[in-house]
Design a binder for this molecule. Structure first.
Ligand SMILES: [Mn+2]
Length: 428
């Protein structure tokens, strides 16, 4: 753990500079009259991000993995790491579990453990893309040819049963959502009938949906390719929407920023899904080529800003209450450092989007004034909102410079001392 005194101690060295930068920005904002620094900070304080339990360890590719050491060995240790992120950023207060990589034998105990650290359980994730003893009826079936889309009803039933079990576990943990990411698809033309596969998945999702308790949501997550390389059943937002509609009222579409083909206009997808009331949430990451799972905002920060801008427009000036989560692969960086940097990028983009003069923009749009519309967006995007984000953190007892504190207290070295150098955090 990183205690509050250590954070306060580090904050002292940067407080003066922050006060100067913050004061200047607050004055500029007051002059502009779009919103106030206090208003932006109130909304930033209310913003909550989740970290997935699988992102607390080193990622990797099919070519290899280079563990950093000190990776969490248990779900409790994953919660410890999220609590550290939360104490540094004031934003990451939830963890998203993945079953069976996380398979708590004592859910009530785990719930208490998380609660004691101020961490809640975000959406539960199922796994029907690997063969694990607990999800394959002790190896009697295999997901090699798909799960809900499989032509074999026994496999489909096992996949549905696994999803229902994960919902029950989520209820015990105090979660209220299930994310279903399906690897189902085909690797070869003609391998399976596209329509048959889709209809089986729609039916399976509907059966799982029937098991959702009151107040729960189900998220469908699309992805154009990988692990299936010729076709994916839920390949794009249109298919995801059709599947959510087939599943039922509690089903919404999840947008993973990396799950789009290059140059896709993701912000427009966000607008469409919000328009029809089926936008469920986000898996934040960034990409250059495909599902790269790079640090959020590291490649396309403007896209991230535009996404938040669309969200604020969809929420009529307020960010809709959706499931906001980071989903990245930390291949060469310390996972916690990468999550700190992503959290920073996400909150900066959110703050920038709050600076857009929505009334002026609508007016420019109605008058077909493209130059003024661009000027309005660029003015917000080019504002350095880092002082707003840092001051928000300082006021809630988090770090002005989260990465600096993390390194300053030697947290990773401490973890390696406690957990060793060869621990593995995920089932991949
Ligand atoms: Mn994802």
């Amino acid at each position: 753990m990183i205690d509050r005194n250590a954070i306060a101690e580090h904050n002292r060295s940067s407080e003066l500079r922050l006060a100067r930068d913050f004061e200047h920005l607050a004055e500029v904002m007051a002059d502009d009259g779009v919103t106030t620094a206090e208003c932006v900070m109130t909304k930033l304080t209310g913003f909550s991000l989740a970290a997935p339990s699988w992102a607390l360890g080193t990622g990797g590719s099919r070519f290899g993995r280079f563990p950093i050491g000190g990776e969490p060995r248990t779900t409790e240790e994953k919660i410890d790491d999220v609590a550290v992120l939360h104490s540094l950023t004031g934003t990451v207060d939830a963890v998203s579990l993945h079953v069976p990589w996380d398979d708590p034998s004592d859910p009530a105990g785990l719930r208490e453990y998380a609660q004691a650290q101020g961490i809640r359980f975000d959406a539960m994730n199922t796994n029907t893309f690997q063969d694990n003893p607990s999800t394959t009826d002790q190896g009697r079936i295999s997901y090699k040819y798909g799960s809900l889309a499989n032509s074999d009803p026994t496999v489909r039933e096992a996949a549905i049963a696994h999803n229902k079990q994960v919902i029950d576990l989520g209820v015990a943990l105090g979660s209220s959502a299930l994310t279903v990411w399906l690897a189902d698809g085909t690797n070869h033309p003609g391998q399976a009938d596209h329509r048959d596969q889709f209809e089986r998945v729609a039916d399976g999702l509907h059966q799982i949906h029937e098991h959702l308790p009151e107040g729960w949501a189900m998220y469908t997550e699309h992805k154009p390719y990988e692990p299936a390389f010729y076709s994916t059943v839920n390949q794009d937002w249109g298919s995801s929407l059709l599947l959510a509609q087939a599943a039922g009222d509690k089903a919404y579409c999840l947008v993973d920023l990396g799950h789009h083909l290059p140059n896709t206009n993701i912000e427009q997808i966000v607008s469409r899904l919000a328009m029809v009331g089926r936008l469920g949430g986000f898996h934040f990451n960034d990409s250059k080529y495909g599902d790269d799972d790079l640090t959020t905002g590291s490649i396309r920060p403007f896209q991230l800003f535009l996404i938040f801008h669309e969200l604020i427009r969809a929420g009529d000036g307020r960010l809709p209450e959706l499931a906001y989560m980071i989903d990245q692969s930390h291949n060469i960086k310390d996972p916690l450092e990468d999550l700190i940097q992503s959290t920073e990028a996400i909150t900066i983009a959110y703050a920038q989007a709050m600076l857009v003069d929505q009334a002026e923009l609508s007016d420019a749009q109605n008058k077909n004034d493209a130059a003024r519309a661009q000027q309005i967006l660029q003015t917000a995007y080019r504002t350095d909102t880092r002082p707003l984000v840092a001051e928000t953190r300082r006021r809630c007892g988090a770090a002005i410079d989260p990465l600096g504190v993390y390194r300053g207290v030697g947290y990773r070295e401490r973890l390696i001392g406690q957990r060793g150098t060869s621990t593995v955090a995920t089932g991949l």
